[in-house]
Design a protein around this ligand. Structure first.
Ligand code: ZN
Length: 151
């Protein structure tokens, strides 16, 4: 393992142990449930969308270290972003974890730690679950939670 891979691994383990923005968000006006049956990951993403900006976002759920760390880093990355910015970030993140573009990680900040996932196709769904769920939440009506499955 290279030093860089070890660094990435330690960031993922840290976010798995101490997830950021973990917990309920009672004032949320958009939310969705995501499931990755392949691995058993489940995530609930709740956010406050105000004037097209994600002013707050939190998640709950359980799953493998990759899915939990990804949800943690995702919430940190999209907080304060507009809906369009968050969706653009998801596009770049997806390109990164699919390994389609070696430069995809350039503007992704700490999200680059998931670049190694592209070598493990089964793990791509773990890493992208929170993002798919975020997207479903953004597309949901204020009325009730949406649901998404990566299968
Ligand atoms: Zn998983």
């Amino acid at each position: 393992m290279t030093d860089l891979q070890e660094l990435y691994q330690s960031v993922i383990l840290d976010h798995n142990r101490k997830p950021r923005n973990f917990g309920a968000l009672p004032e949320a006006n958009r939310e969705a449930d995501g499931k990755n049956p392949l691995c058993g990951d489940e995530v609930h993403v709740a956010l406050v969308l105000q004037d097209d900006t994600i002013t707050d976002v939190r998640f709950t759920g359980h799953g493998c270290a990759i899915s939990k760390a990804s949800a943690s880093l995702m919430t940190a990355a999209v907080k304060g972003k507009t809906r369009a910015e968050a969706e653009a970030l998801f596009e770049r993140f997806h390109t990164l974890v699919l390994g389609k573009d070696a430069d995809a990680g350039k503007d992704l900040g700490p999200l680059v730690v998931f670049s190694g996932v592209s070598r493990f196709p089964v793990r791509v769904k773990c890493a992208s679950l929170a993002w798919h769920t975020l997207k479903a939440a953004l597309e949901s009506e204020a009325a009730g939670p949406a649901a998404v499955s990566t299968e």
